[in-house]
Design a binder for this molecule. Sequence first.
Ligand code: DUT
Ligand code: MG
Length: 180
Amino acid sequence: MKMKRGFQIVSKYDGQGLHLPYRTTKQAAGYDFESAVDFTVPSIWKLDFLKVLWAIRHEQTIAPADADRAKRILKPFLVPTGIKSYMQDDEVLILANRSSNPLKRGLVIPNGIGVIDADYYNNESNEGEIFIQVLNFGLTDAVIKKGERIGQGLFLNYLAADNDVTPKQERQGGFGSSGQ
Ligand SMILES: O=c1ccn([C@H]2C[C@H](O)[C@@H](COP(=O)(O)OP(=O)(O)OP(=O)(O)O)O2)c(=O)[nH]1
Ligand SMILES: [Mg+2]
């Protein structure tokens, strides 16, 4: 059978008992992705963050160390899945949150959706490992266990615009690798 689209385990996770993404009901559109590792996502409502917000709100000077910590707290965390995905050239894998995540523990995907391009597969910098960006708006830190389902992926076809010029650049990685 000709392989059209699917998932594989990234080689550095070989033998670690990871599961390929799977659908949980007959007509589930999304393939659920599990976390490849135990991962704690700190709550954004850490004291330093509130302190900095308060200072900004009251036009007070912020100590550089506080500002740096607050920036770290607001920066999304990348949960590794240990999974890479191959697909046809005119296909894309869209990553979406599980709707229970914000409801149950305040976990949101700050990029809204994740776009996994076909040419991300087997890229030279990280072999095409898919990461799920998360921020924790819950009041307490979110402890994600290895094997817990944290997001879902949907394969879709995408369309090209008229007079589309295919760029020659090869993808080297993700998360800004193609420039600003
Ligand atoms: O939630 C995400 C979003 C993206 N990616 C990977 C796959 C995707 O193909 C690549 C680039 O994503 P995107 O094009 O959305 O980000 P960018 O900021 O434009 O980075 P680049 O310049 O590398 O394209 O990063 C993930 O693993 N998870
Ligand atoms: Mg891009």
